[in-house]
Design a protein around this ligand. Structure first.
Ligand SMILES: *Cc1c(COP(=O)(O)O)cnc(C)c1O
Ligand SMILES: [Zn+2]
Length: 396
């Protein structure tokens, strides 16, 4: 429903490296000064204080935070009902693992089965606002399906570039949504190289992670929702399965924005980036094994959303981990499968292996004293397990 006519408070797009201003009324990819990610900034001084009391009257999807989202004309919003996903407490796993309670934010219930819907709803809405005719994305799986769906709804051509080893259903959904699907031998960084070439030839808008500023804005709405759903008291700790880093950085951005708006108290959660042992560039940088991930080589993982060997926004990811007093750790393929099954059997949740990684991380973090059993801990399950079953060799 498009019930709100209030305008976005977007005031500029800033280079994440040097802060240089970029005109928010023009379509951008990365910053012209540093070729770094652009980050949206909002100016609420005209309406200050922007009251959270308006929210109950706003729509029941992520566009309820419209003032803090980048679309200027509400008629350009392309929505499939993404966002306002349930925030629940788990039942049996907290007991098993020795926690008083565990929160579970369930992004599997989004259109196309993952939180990628939020980012692509924002990016394709902006593409529509700027009259873009074709979009392209390199993807480990879920971003491609989401982009294809939102492009279909917007009447925009879609090209998806995906690793050949990705489970079939990720490719099939793109085809169903009418996208052109290009398969590449390698990981997402190899797909990115192919996508860059095609983009140059065709002049498409490139919605690669952090190569445009809008997906981040959609994903940050998870942070707004967590605050609203927990009555404006953030958890002590949030575990997040980190690939390209949009979700992690988006959460932190949302918390900083809400703090500036006076919506939440100044008590920030520790953010913990969970990766796959097969591809753990952030863990390696966090531990100081490498200066950065620019030369990191990873292997595929059943958690394909985590198989991002050289995240473009690595400096921003590291900043969030440092500022939030967070941490980073990796989970083996065996544990991904084991905990996916555990979640299904103990909680009735068929989560993506990326989400299962968070449960697998809990005993390790507890043992190292990095989390406490009585803290408020939130696990952000980024996607549904249904698309991944083909890769699990299930014995029935
Ligand atoms: C893309 C993806 C991730 C990683 O997301 P980032 O925000 O880019 O770090 C995690 N889980 C799932 C299910 C994904 O599709
Ligand atoms: Zn710059």
């Amino acid at each position: 429903m498009r019930t709100i006519e209030t305008l976005s408070l977007l005031s500029s797009l800033e280079c994440s490296n040097c802060g240089q201003y970029h005109d928010p009324h023009k379509l951008h990819q990365t910053s012209v000064c540093c070729n770094a990610p652009l980050v949206a900034a909002y100016d609420s001084s005209d309406v200050f204080p922007l009251s959270k009391e308006v929210l109950p009257a706003h729509s029941d999807n992520m566009w309820r935070y419209l003032e803090m989202l980048p679309v200027f004309d509400v008629n350009n919003i392309v929505t499939l009902g993404e966002g306002m996903t349930p925030l629940q407490t788990l039942y049996r796993i907290p007991q098993m693992l020795g926690f008083d309670r565990l929160y579970w934010k369930d992004e599997s219930l989004n259109p196309t089965g993952s939180f990628k819907a939020r980012g692509l709803s924002a990016a394709i809405s902006k593409a529509k606002e700027f009259g873009v005719e074709s979009c392209i994305v390199p993807t480990a799986g879920n971003a491609g399906g989401a982009m294809a769906a939102y492009c279909a709804a917007a009447g925009i051509d879609a090209v998806v570039v995906m690793p050949r080893h990705t489970p079939k259903i990720f490719k099939e959904e793109c085809w169903m949504y009418g996208a052109e699907v290009i398969l590449v031998d390698g990981l997402i960084n190899d797909c990115a190289a192919v996508a860059a070439k095609i983009r140059e030839e065709r002049g498409s808008f490139d919605v690669s992670t952090f190569k445009e500023p809008y997906r981040l804005e959609g994903k940050k709405t998870m942070g707004y929702e967590i605050a609203e759903q927990l009555h404006w008291n953030l958890p002590d700790v949030i575990l997040y399965p980190t690939g390209g880093g949009t979700g992690l950085i988006g959460l932190w951005k949302a918390f900083q924005e809400m703090l500036a708006l006076g919506w939440i108290p100044d008590k920030m959660p520790r953010l913990i980036a969970v990766q796959a042992a097969n591809c753990q560039p952030i863990v390696a940088s966090w531990q100081g094994i490498q200066p950065n991930a620019k030369k990191y080589n990873g292997q595929p993982s059943i958690a394909n959303g985590l198989a991002v060997p050289r995240p473009f926004a690595e400096p921003l990811i590291m900043d969030v981990l440092k500022q939030s007093h967070g941490h980073s750790l990796a989970i083996t393929e065996d544990d991904l499968k084991k905990y996916m099954q555990l979640l299904a059997r103990k909680e009735g949740m068929l989560a993506a292996p990326e989400g299962a990684a968070l449960v697998a991380a809990l005993p390790k973090l507890l043992e190292e004293g990095l989390i406490l059993h009585d803290e408020n801990i939130l696990l952000l399950n980024t996607g549904s397990g249904y698309k991944y079953l083909e890769n699990l060799q299930i014995p029935v």
